[in-house]
Design a protein around this ligand. Structure first.
Ligand SMILES: CC(C)(COP(=O)(O)OP(=O)(O)OC[C@H]1O[C@@H](n2cnc3c(N)ncnc32)[C@H](O)[C@@H]1OP(=O)(O)O)[C@@H](O)C(=O)NCCC(=O)NCCS
Length: 431
C-alpha cells in the first residue's frame, strides 16, 4: 500500500526522515554555535535538537563562541577591545574577563544540556557532557607588527581522547579557550576552533549555526549546495563560517553546513530533509557511484523495499543481498544509498538487475549514470550483451538502447529460473 491524501503529514515526515536517521547514526558532527546564537531566544530549542540528535546515536561535539558576551563584559569594565585580521587582540588585562565569561557560558550550556528537552519524552534524558583541556594552544604571536598577546591558535586537538569519549556516548562541549604546555591560557576563535576539531577528529560533518542562513545567490536565494573549490576565500572574512567551512573541506571534512540559529528547527531541517534549509559545502561532488560493500546492505534494502512491495523488483532477502553485494553499485549521497544496480555475468552475457533510484532523487540522470557505470563494468568483464527482466520499466530501458527479446535469448541457467508468473519482459542491449 502506498501513501495517500489521508496519510497524516507527520507520519509522512517521519517516514521520509527514516533514511536520514539511519545515515546519521554513529556519525560524528561538530556543531558550532556562535555567541550571538547563545544569546538568541532559539538557543534552548537548539539544545533540545542537539539532545535529540544525541539520542539518535549521533556523536556530537558542540563548540561555542563568546564574542558578544566578552564584548559586553569588557564594555562594562571600561576596557577597550581591539581586533585585527578579524580576531580580537586579547590583552593580559582582558584575560580574566574572557575566562570568567567563557566559564559562565560553559556551565550555562552544561546545565541546559543536563536538562534535556523540556516537555518532551526526552525530559530528564541523561546526557553526559564532558569539557576539559582537550585543546593545546599557542600564541598567534606578532603578525604584521601587531602583537595578539593572549589570542591563540590551535596547536593540537586531543582527538584520541575525544574519540574515546564519543564512543562512550558522551557529548563533548568545547569552549574557545586553549592551554599551552607552559599552562598559559589563550582566547581562541570559535569558528576556527570548530573547524580544527572537525579536521582532527575526521568528523563527518561540521555545522555552523550563525546569524545568516547559508550563502546567498546574487538574487538573495540561499544556495543549497556549493563545492568548496568554487568559493573564492578573498570574498569572505577569514574567520567567517563560509571561509572556515571551505578550509575544513579542503582539509578533509566531507560536508559542512551553514544554517541560521534564527530559524527554529534549522538543524533538523538541514539534516533530515532532502534539500535542507541552508547551504551545504562539500569537498567534492557529494554524490558518488561506487561498488557496494556490506555496510550498504541496509541502505539498499531500505531503497528497494517499496519497489519489491509494488512488484517493480524481485524480492531479495538480506541473505541473498549478503552473498550478492559485490555485484552491486550504489550511489551514495550524504551517507545515504539513493540508487543501486547489480550486474550478474553469465559468460559473455550479463543480467542488469535491481536498478533503482530513490523516489525523491529521480529524473536527475541517476538511473542513466548507474546504467552507464554498470555497462562499463560489464565491458571490462568481456560481456557482449546485457539483458534485463522488467515488469514496470520496459520503456525506460528501450529509451536507453535496449530492444525487446524473448526468454530464448536468456542464458540457459537464467532461462531455467525464469518466473513465468511475473511475466517480465526481456530486453537486451548489445554493448
Ligand atoms: C527506472 C529508474 C531507475 C529511473 O531512475 P532515474 O534516476 O529517474 O533515471 P533518469 O533520471 O536517468 O531517467 C529519468 C527519465 O526516465 C523517465 N522514466 C522514469 N521511469 C520510467 C518508466 N517506467 N518508463 C519510461 N520512462 C521512465 C522519466 O520520466 C525521465 O524522463 P525525462 O528525463 O524525459 O523527464 C527509477 O524510475 C526507478 O527506480 N524505478 C523503479 C525501479 C524499477 O522499475 N527498476 C527497473 C527494474 S530492473
Amino acid at each position: 500500500m502506498s501513501e495517500n491524501e489521508h496519510t497524516p503529514p507527520h507520519v509522512k515526515w517521519f517516514r521520509d526522515s527514516s533514511p536520514y536517521i539511519n545515515a546519521h547514526r554513529g556519525r560524528t558532527f561538530v556543531i558550532h554555535v556562535d555567541g550571538a546564537g547563545l544569546d538568541h531566544d532559539n538557543f534552548p530549542l537548539i539544545i533540545q535538537d542537539i539532545v535529540l540528535l544525541h539520542s539518535l546515536g549521533v556523536r556530537i561535539v558542540l563548540v561555542h563562541g563568546a564574542t558578544p558576551q566578552i564584548n559586553r563584559q569588557l564594555e562594562q569594565r571600561g576596557i577597550v577591545s581591539e581586533s585585527a585580521e578579524g580576531i580580537r587582540i586579547t590583552t593580559a588585562e582582558m584575560l580574566p574577563h574572557v575566562q570568567e565569561v567563557v566559564g559562565r557560558l560553559r556551565s550555562d550550556i552544561e546545565s541546559m544540556l543536563s536538562m534535556g528537552a523540556t516537555n518532551s519524552p526526552q525530559h530528564g534524558a541523561d546526557v553526559a557532557v564532558v569539557s576539559g583541556n582537550i585543546i593545546r594552544a599557542r600564541p598567534l604571536g606578532v603578525r604584521d607588527g601587531i602583537d595578539f598577546h593572549n589570542t591563540g591558535e590551535i596547536r593540537r586537538v586531543n582527538a584520541d581522547l575525544i574519540a574515546r569519549l564519543l564512543s562512550m556516548r558522551t557529548l563533548l562541549l568545547v569552549s574557545p579557550l586553549g592551554y599551552s604546555l607552559s599552562g598559559q591560557m589563550f582566547n581562541l576563535h570559535g569558528s576556527a576552533l570548530a573547524a580544527d576539531v572537525a579536521v582532527a577528529l575526521g568528523a563527518d560533518k561540521l555545522i555552523y549555526l550563525a546569524s545568516d542562513n547559508g550563502v546567498p545567490d546574487t538574487d538573495g536565494t540561499v544556495i543549497t549546495e556549493l563545492q568548496a573549490d568554487s568559493i573564492d576565500p578573498s570574498d569572505y572574512p577569514a574567520y567567517s563560517p563560509v571561509a572556515q567551512a571551505r578550509e575544513a573541506c579542503s582539509r578533509g571534512v566531507p560536508r559542512c553546513h551553514l544554517i541560521s540559529f534564527r530559524d527554529d528547527g534549522s538543524l533538523l531541517e538541514e539534516l533530515f530533509t532532502r534539500d535542507g534549509i541552508g547551504t551545504q559545502i562539500t569537498e567534492i561532488s557529494y554524490e558518488q557511484i561506487r561498488s557496494a560493500a556490506a555496510d550498504d546492505i541496509s541502505g539498499i534494502m531500505e531503497l528497494i523495499a517499496p519497489l519489491e512491495a509494488n512488484g517493480s523488483l524481485v524480492k531479495r532477502p538480506r541473505e541473498t543481498l549478503e552473498t550478492e553485494i559485490s555485484r552491486f553499485l550504489v550511489i551514495e549521497r550524504d551517507g545515504m544509498v539513493v540508487g543501486c544496480a547489480a550486474l550478474f555475468p553469465y559468460d559473455t552475457h550479463a543480467e542488469l538487475a535491481c536498478l533503482a533510484t530513490h523516489p525523491e532523487y529521480r529524473n536527475d540522470n541517476r538511473g542513466e549514470a548507474l546504467l552507464a557505470a554498470t555497462e562499463a563494468n560489464a565491458r571490462t568483464l568481456g560481456v557482449k550483451t546485457i539483458f534485463v527482466l522488467t515488469t514496470h520499466t520496459a520503456e525506460w530501458f528501450t529509451d536507453h538502447g535496449f530492444v525487446p527479446g524473448g526468454t530464448t535469448d536468456l542464458p540457459r541457467e537464467k532461462r531455467a529460473l525464469y518466473n513465468y508468473q511475473r511475466n517480465s519482459r526481456v530486453l537486451i542491449k548489445t554493448l
